[in-house]
Design a protein around this ligand. Structure first.
Ligand code: DLL
Length: 431
């Protein structure tokens, strides 16, 4: 049995013991090697050996994204440059990117995690994996590439974009697994339709989609449009990229590689740890990272942890879908909500396409939402003014019923909103 297999099926006690031992090592390593952590511990009058158990972790301060930005470019790095073999960075549209460094061992661990995840999703050495995440500083493409290769699958590194060519290769080389963001998967679905290609004439069977949220409704559209089972994949640059967690075929949450990343859920306001099952912000402490160890790193991602056995047989702890980001939460008409919640409601209407933009506006003292939503070609072809106004009202009223506040819906013609080959920016804050 490989080491990976053992991790996936360890008992809770065995896993906790392993985590506690690795935590001790990580804390000592970070304290000694990363100036930032040395100072942080000292300021709080703490020593790594004060943390004797996993629950003691809660007495340590958090690491925030702003700490990583303040320590750009390599202030968080624990090793000498000669030890580093790779760098990736977050796309960071404003300001400085977040750098993450890998020693040879970090890269081996990354490959192990993604290989484990892809195996969990059902990828085997007989598969042909087309990597349509962008090959840049972004972790998505290189991570999936290395992970799929480690399983022995054939890897086609197309990167994202050049969609017709992408589809030609997919057909000619009989791609079975397609790796990309949900946004790009939708672009490919639309191009297949435009080219008159039936997805069932392709060899695709699995879609691995991550780096942004994919509502159940979006998943259904991707599954129907590509002829795949679409699996959600989660990770973040700060932890090395993809390889943190993935959904299993039981689709009952994401299994987390908790032998590498110790999770906590905290209340994003009080910052107190929350029990398993309660919704809050995901916080990670790395357990194996050499180059960039992180202690209690606040991801800002909102979800919950799921205890107990999974139908798939794996024992690694699970988390639920990413419901939003604590820094994206809006309060409209007194109701707290995440823009991603709108997606499920909007895509419940078959007349609309999976392309929308959410504008947050100031209306007097209050905040308001205007959603631009594309209609499907078929609807556009037949609809008169009455049909448009009727659909607009139906969407507005369903949002009110389900989410509890009013939004203004503006239906726009097919293909009028910007398409993305990576992550789509859907929320525009005009306040
Ligand atoms: O998106 C790493 C990645 C690449 C994950 C490919 C999966 C596949 P960043 O660019 O640093 O890294 O963005 C990380 O994206 O904190 C979440 O807010 C969001 N995110 C990632 N995966 C998911 C997901 C990569 N499955 C940030 N569902 C994270 C929802 C996701 N949000």
């Amino acid at each position: 049995m490989s080491q990976g297999k053992a991790m996936e099926r360890m008992s809770r006690d065995e896993m906790s013991g392993l985590q506690a031992a690795r935590l001790q090592k990580t804390l000592a390593w970070a304290y000694d090697k990363v100036g930032f952590y040395g100072r942080l511990f000292d300021e709080h009058g703490l020593r790594p050996q004060d943390v004797k158990s996993l629950t003691d972790l809660a007495c340590l301060p958090f690491t925030r994204k702003s700490d990583l930005v303040a320590n750009y470019p390599d202030g968080m790095c624990a090793v000498k440059p000669a030890e580093i073999i790779r760098l990736h960075a977050s796309s960071g549209t404003t300001g400085k990117p977040i750098n993450t460094f890998y020693t040879r061992q970090d890269q081996a661990n990354w490959i192990e995690c993604i290989g484990r995840n892809l195996s969990m999703a059902g990828v085997t050495r007989s598969d042909v994996c087309q990597i349509a995440f962008k090959y840049t500083l972004f972790t998505g493409a290189f991570g999936h590439h290395l992970g799929a290769e480690s399983i022995g699958a054939m890897v086609i590194p197309t990167s994202s974009g050049q969609t017709e060519r992408q589809i030609m290769m997919m057909r000619d080389l009989r791609t079975t697994v397609f790796h990309c963001t949900p946004s790009y998967a939708i672009v490919v679905v639309e191009k297949l339709r435009e080219m008159g290609i039936d997805p069932h004439d392709l060899s695709l069977r699995l879609g691995i989609h991550g780096a942004e949220s994919m509502s159940e409704e979006m998943r259904q559209q991707i599954e129907a449009g590509l002829g795949v089972t679409a699996i959600r994949d989660y990770g973040l640059t700060e932890l090395g990229g993809p390889g943190v967690s993935i959904e299993c075929p039981a689709q009952a949450g994401y299994h987390l590689n908790e032998d590498h990343f110790f999770p906590e859920i905290i209340d994003p306001v009080s910052l107190e740890p929350l029990p398993h099952g309660e919704v809050g912000e995901l916080v990670f402490t790395t357990l194996q990272k050499e180059a960039t160890p992180l202690i209690r790193y606040r991801t800002r991602d909102i979800t919950y942890l799921i205890e107990g056995a999974c139908d798939c047989g794996w024992t690694l702890i699970r988390h639920g879908p990413i419901l939003g980001r604590s820094d994206d939460m809006l309060i409209i008409g007194g109701v707290n909500f995440f823009p991603s919640q709108l997606e499920s409601v909007i895509l419940g209407f078959e007349e609309v396409a999976p392309h929308y933009a959410v504008h947050v506006l100031k209306k007097g003292p209050l905040d308001a939402i205007r959603a631009e939503i594309e209609t499907q070609d078929e609807f556009q072809g037949q609809a008169g003014q009455d049909a448009v106004s009727n659909l607009t009202k139906r969407i507005e009223s369903r949002v009110k019923d389900i989410l509890g506040f009013r939004i203004e819906v503006s239906l726009v013609s097919p293909n009028s909103l910007t398409r993305s080959e990576g992550k789509t920016k859907r929320v525009f804050d005009h306040r």
